[in-house]
Each structure stands twice: as structure tokens, then as C-alpha cells.
Design a protein around this ligand. Structure first.
Ligand code: UD1
Ligand code: CA
Length: 460
């Protein structure tokens, strides 16, 4: 039962998404499959799948070819199906390989490209909305007008948004090549039309490939119209080489920095801060120049990240200070007001509220209590070459400079470790733990030494 209040989205036909990713991506010159190269630390294909997830598709099918194991390892855990295209005979041929996975599906189909990851969910929605408009077009093609049309396929419009012709650059006449409206490759149509038209696509063209855009001609043969929806050029950026990957990364970073600043984050030198796709930074955080974020970082309000810090998999609490030149690795947790200074590394380690490690320290597999002070040069020796062990430091403890804490070891709350200690046994709360040779003082020794050596030198 539906009521007049039922959201339109619930009434819409189910959606299937086919993503083409069988191309070899030879121009990347990489052992890693092209669609798995990361942008902002996340494989480009997963950027696309996350966008697609916003449309709640009933089915997602990724067409894979060479390197399928790599792609499947990345997408199968997400419940995505794959279809195999053994030979890359063209974009229409690739879509045809996905048809068996569409068996029994009746609804709309979106065709996307794995190497074109920036298309927006709203744009995809507007393609589907256009497909469902009263004039009932058979195909919606996503177009764009890039600054340089290059070798993109061209789209020639007729009346209104009607597509009169789609032509590949290789097959285009000089007049057609001068058209500025380009094919993004993305397309929406019903599953029924797709099934009916697919066998009618031939390969009589310059590349002897089965071209997906030829569906437009096939539809026209049945008197069914194709229409164009235009997206922003960024949405259609295709990534084929390392240079294009770097350009796409720069574009993504620029957008996300702008969003962060708009949300109240200070980036003193925005272009030198590199964010990951999932970086979460609260308002009133200040980031100094040259900071790199890997995946999995959350920063609470009031924190300051000083220059040249490298941070991944870290949770940074309110009003914390990090760096300059700090390295936070996965599992680093800083509670409110904690401080990590220059040349400090943390891994699977927690600094309790207000705890400090200000200089030249490694904290690995460690738990540091509130307000403890970790002296310069302190190292948690957490690894014996085979296993990892934990160090526990109690609240308010003070670790003297240049101490080696050989884990597993516990320093009690309020305890003090003498500078230069190699601590191999637990230290009781409020005790002094000191583990270094006792100092000797030999009166006059230095003077006698100088005398002896000077005499030797005069003889020789
Ligand atoms: C395609 C379009 C072109 C459009 C451009 C946009 C065709 C014939 N041309 O050209 O109009 O302007 O994209 O970027 O569709 N793929 C397969 N199997 C194949 C061939 C390709 O899976 O047999 C996949 C590729 O992995 C890639 C996508 O389809 O993800 C596009 O293929 P590509 O060869 O890059 O097409 P273009 O020549 O760029
Ligand atoms: Ca391409």
C-alpha cells in the first residue's frame, strides 16, 4: 500500500549499476589494477562504489578482465557481483558480459566506468529522473564540456536535449570533432531496453570494437529518443595515467580542503595539507603547513597539528597538540589535552588526558595514564623480533630522559624512572625505578691523564 505521503524514492523503480573495469589500464604501467589506485588513500573504484551506495542500488555488477583477482578482493566483501570479460572487445561488449548477472532484474540500469570516479550522486539521480520524465526517453547519456575535448567521444545534439548522434573521436569528421559536448561514457536506461538492444550493436568502426554509444543509434532505429544530461567536467574526469591520477588527486584535495575550511578548520597553508577520504576534523582545529593524513584519522575541536606531521589511523582528542615532525601510526589515541612533540612516534598507544611526550620518543603498544610525562628519548621496547609486548604507565608517572622500557613492563602511578634507565622490571606506584650503573668520581684522574698523554706526545 502506498499513501500520498510515500517518498518518491520508494516508488522509483529498482536500480542496477554496472561498472566497467575490464580495461587493462596499460598507461598506468603498474602491477596494481588501474581502478585500485588510490585517491586520498582510497581506491578510485571504492570512491565510485560509495557514491553509488547513496542510490541504494538493488544490484551492483563490476565487469572485470585482467587482474580480476585484485578487483574482486576489493569489491566482493561489499556484496558487489562481478562479471568476467575475457577479451576487451569494447564498452558495449563489456556491458553484455554483465547481462547474465541482471537476470530477473526489472528496473533501471546505470552504466558507469571504474576509472571515472568523481561523478556525483545528485548527477546520477538527475539522470534517473530524466529517464522517468513524461516524454519517456529510452536512454540518458551523461555529457560534459571539458576545457579540452581531446579524444573524448562527441555528442551532437538535436532539438532541446535530444541526442542526434554520438561519435567516437576516431570515427568523427572534422566538423564533428569541433563539437565541444563530450560523452562521459555514463548512461542510464531500462533493463528491458538494454537486453533488447545489446545484441544489435555491431563493431563496424575504426577500432573494430563494440561501442556502447551505438545504443543511441539502435534506439533511434526503433524511433526511441536518447537525451543528454550535462554534468560538471570534474565528474567525467577519466584516469588513465599517473599524471591523470595526480591531477585527480589534486582536484579531490582542493575540494575537500575547501569543505573543511568552510566547516571551521584552519589550514594555514591549505595546498600543503593532504587529507584522506575519511579524515574527520572538527571545527577550530588548526593545521600548520605540510601535514599528511593517511586513512582513519579523527581530530576533535581545539587541537593543533604542527607542521611536517604524518598521521594515520589516529584519534586525537580535544585541545591536543601534535608535532612539529610527529608521526602517529594506526592505533594512536590521544585523550583530551595530550601532547606529542617533535620526532615522537606512536603506534597502538594511548596517551591519557594531559599526558605528554614532547621529544624524540617511541611509544608502541603502550598505555600512558593521565598527566604522565614521558621524557626526551624514551623508547618502549615492544618487540623481541617475534612478538609484541605492552608497556603500561600509570597516571602522573614521570619517565626520565633516555629510558628504555623493556616490555612487558608496568610503571605504577606516580612513579619516577631515573634518566637513562633500562627498565626490565615493574616499578611500584610512587617508587623510584632506576636501572643504570652507579656513577663513580675519581678525584684528579683527568689531570693525571692529561699529564701522561702530553708527555707521550712530546717524546714521539
Ligand atoms: C569511452 C567512450 C567515449 C567517452 C570516453 C569517456 C566508447 C566506445 N567510448 O572511450 O565516447 O568519451 O569513454 O571517458 O564507449 N572497458 C571494458 N571493456 C572493454 C573496453 C573498456 O571494461 O572492452 C572499460 C574500461 O576499463 C574503462 C571504460 O570501459 O573503465 C572505458 O573504456 P576506454 O577504453 O577507456 O574508453 P575510451 O576510449 O576512453
Ligand atoms: Ca578512458
Amino acid at each position: 500500500m502506498t499513501s500520498p505521503d510515500t517518498p518518491a524514492a520508494l516508488l522509483a523503480a529498482p536500480l542496477a549499476v554496472i561498472i566497467l573495469a575490464a580495461g587493462q589500464g596499460t598507461r598506468m604501467k603498474s602491477a596494481t589494477h588501474k581502478v585500485l589506485h588510490p585517491i586520498a588513500g582510497k581506491p578510485m573504484l571504492l570512491h565510485l562504489l560509495d557514491t553509488v551506495a547513496a542510490l541504494s542500488p538493488a544490484r551492483e555488477i563490476v565487469v572485470v578482465g585482467k587482474g580480476r583477482e585484485q578487483v574482486e578482493a576489493a569489491v566482493l566483501p561489499r556484496g558487489v557481483r562481478t562479471a568476467f570479460q575475457a577479451d576487451q572487445l569494447g564498452t558495449a561488449h563489456a556491458v553484455a558480459q554483465a547481462l547474465p548477472a541482471l537476470d530477473g532484474f526489472d528496473g533501471n540500469v546505470l552504466i558507469l566506468y571504474g576509472d571515472t570516479p568523481f561523478v556525483g550522486a545528485d548527477t546520477l539521480r538527475s539522470m534517473i529522473a530524466r529517464l522517468g520524465a513524461p516524454d519517456a526517453p529510452g536512454i540518458v547519456v551523461l555529457t560534459h564540456t571539458p576545457p579540452d575535448a581531446g579524444a573524448y567521444g562527441r555528442v551532437i545534439l538535436g532539438a532541446g536535449d535530444r541526442v542526434a548522434k554520438m561519435v567516437e573521436y576516431k570515427d568523427a569528421s572534422p566538423a564533428e570533432r569541433s563539437a565541444t559536448l563530450c560523452n562521459s561514457g555514463m548512461m542510464a536506461l531500462s533493463a528491458a531496453n538494454l537486453r533488447r538492444w545489446m545484441p544489435l550493436v555491431g563493431n563496424d568502426n575504426a577500432a573494430k570494437e563494440y561501442y556502447l554509444p551505438d545504443l543511441v543509434t539502435v534506439a533511434a532505429g526503433e524511433g526511441i529518443a536518447a537525451v543528454a544530461v550535462e554534468g560538471a567536467p570534474i565528474e567525467a574526469i577519466g584516469i588513465n595515467s599517473r599524471a591523470e591520477l595526480a591531477a585527480a588527486e589534486a582536484e579531490w584535495q582542493q575540494r575537500r580542503r575547501a569543505e573543511m575550511m568552510a566547516a571551521g578548520v584552519t589550514l594555514i597553508d591549505a595546498p600543503s595539507v593532504w587529507l584522506a577520504a575519511d579524515t574527520v576534523i572538527a571545527a577550530d582545529v588548526t593545521i600548520e603547513p605540510n601535514v599528511f593524513f593517511g586513512p582513519g584519522v579523527t581530530i576533535a575541536s581545539g587541537a593543533t597539528i604542527r607542521g611536517f606531521s604524518h598521521i594515520e589511523g589516529a584519534t586525537i582528542g580535544a585541545n591536543c597538540e601534535v608535532g612539529p615532525f610527529a608521526r602517529l601510526r594506526p592505533g594512536a589515541v590521544m585523550d583530551e589535552g595530550a601532547k606529542v612533540g617533535n620526532f615522537v612516534e606512536m603506534k597502538k598507544a594511548r596517551l591519557g588526558p594531559g599526558a605528554k611526550a614532547n621529544h624524540l620518543t617511541y611509544l608502541g603498544d603502550a598505555d600512558v595514564g593521565a598527566k604522565a610525562n614521558i621524557g626526551a628519548g624514551t623508547i618502549t621496547c615492544n618487540y623481541d623480533g617475534y612478538f609484541k609486548y605492552r608497556t603500561v604507565i600509570g597516571e602522573g608517572a614521570f619517565i626520565g630522559s633516555n629510558s628504555a622500557l623493556v616490555a612487558p613492563v608496568t610503571i605504577g602511578a606516580g612513579a619516577i624512572v631515573g634518566a637513562g634507565s633500562v627498565v626490565t622490571k615493574d616499578v611500584e606506584p610512587d617508587a623510584l625505578g632506576i636501572a643504570r650503573p652507579e656513577q663513580k668520581g675519581l678525584a684528579g684522574w683527568a689531570k693525571r691523564f692529561r699529564g701522561r698523554q702530553t708527555a707521550k706526545k712530546e717524546i714521539s
